[in-house]
Design a protein around this ligand. Sequence first.
Ligand SMILES: Cc1cc2nc3c(=O)[nH]c(=O)nc-3n(C[C@H](O)[C@H](O)[C@H](O)COP(=O)(O)O)c2cc1C
Ligand code: SF4
Length: 512
Amino acid sequence: MVEIARLNRLESAGQLREVVQALGYSLPIDDQVLSAAEDSPLSQAIEIGGFHVGNRWCIHPMEGWDGTDDGLPSEYTVRRWQHFGASGAKLIWGGEAFAVRRDGRANPNQLYLGPQSLEAMTALLASLRQSHREKFGPRADADLLVGLQLTHSGRFCRPNRKDRTEPRIVYYHPVLDAKFGIDPHNESVVLQDGEIDRLVEDFVAAAKMADRAGFQFVDVKSCHGYLGHEFLSAFDRPGEYGGDLAGRTRFLRHVIQAIRDACPRIMIGVRLSAFDYPPFRPDPRSSRPGRPGPGVPHEFPVPYPGFGCRRDAPLEIDFTEPIALLRTLRDECGVAFVNITAGSPYYNPHIQRPALYPPSDGYQPPEDPLVGCLRQIDVVRQLKEAVPDLPMVGTAYTYFQEFLPHVAQGVVREGWADFVGVGRQVLAYWDLPADTLAGRPLQYKRLCRTFSDCTTGPRNGLVSGCYPLDPYYKGLHEAAALKQIKAKSRESEGEKNETRATSSSSEGAREL
Ligand SMILES: Cc1cc2nc3c(=O)[nH]c(=O)nc-3n(C[C@H](O)[C@H](O)[C@H](O)COP(=O)(O)O)c2cc1C
Ligand code: SF4
């Protein structure tokens, strides 16, 4: 059994420091969280591509699986973006993944580029900016930087049905193909070079739309197992989009250059999975029906095709190529900043979004989830050291819960990251950055306890949202469906005991 330190039982930042140290890491954790009036490091402005960004909080892209059939925002989408605007963060990284073409969607409710996108995305952005002004003052959005995340979902495309993938891949993968039902004899799933050239044009068309809609930057998404990320590990793809690092990064570089040519005023960012691991699965030896065991790696061949991990030992990070790519993005591509993340939520969620409770298709934590956070934070620290002058957003802070502001402040103060990005925490408690900057006490009942309902929901065809803690989602009929799905996967007595134990020790858990 993995020993897991329950952060909600710790009484001080000092105790968290001891836990971190015992795990073999170091982390700057501030004892006192300062407000903006007290000159908090989190309240310091920073220049990005000549734009003055008002503070160091960033909201990560968070998709809700809740667009209309035409790929337009729904009332759920608008509400979420308004929360992003009201969060207090001055950097909104991408809003959510926006597919550059209809068949590149990860689900049939993902936003995508269509004839009505310009009008709809202009209105969506305006509602975010308006909610920022309503909360922080009539001119408060002068230092608010908002971008749109552009994507193609690659091997995880589900454009028509929630339960059917229609993958487009860059190369046959020795483990992922079998795991996600890709027939290695089906040649039509592999993107041909000519199709890739057209895809570059799709990214440009989406960037033009974003530019006209008023977004100040676009993110050329290169993470989480989607197409842009898959290119980076296409070691065995013949032709110009595979092979050496120049070939594997050609797609990304072409997209960036083409966007720069077509929309010279828009800034470009890249969200990058800077390291990867092979896929994990529940340990078959200890899994029972409805009770997945702890994650263990699938068997994998070597050399393994992963970006940012050793080919001969892919459970170890190798920074050589990520550093080379980041230098190229900074020096040759004119990328203004990057957002560093890891792995993929589909095949190794514990390194990507550390959680105490796995999503329905996941596995029990193979390590203390805190290690997943510390690993990502340390990776950003090392990348920043190797590639200075390229501003970086860090990821995986939600799990710190009541200590999130202590850690965020420490990390920015020490220069380990330029921005602290928050994902799930913003679904549960969207104005945590504003409370922190204003010196208000945290609202403990609203803290995300990483129940993973916002991932389990969409994995089962429901919209995503914070069902346990956000009253709006609690009241939806989807909440009842989700309860049933979770009840099925909570059959074992062991897990019931676990839930009871947590319920008596955490405000958030009581909500379940
Ligand atoms: C419901 C949900 C939707 C997400 N959607 C996106 C997305 O559209 N684009 C993206 O790059 N990451 C997406 N992510 C990943 C988050 O941006 C973030 O990297 C991850 O949740 C880890 O950060 P956290 O620990 O603060 O939650 C999503 C995560 C969740 C839980
Ligand atoms: S459902 Fe809510 S509490 Fe659970 S992980 Fe998502 S945001 Fe956090």
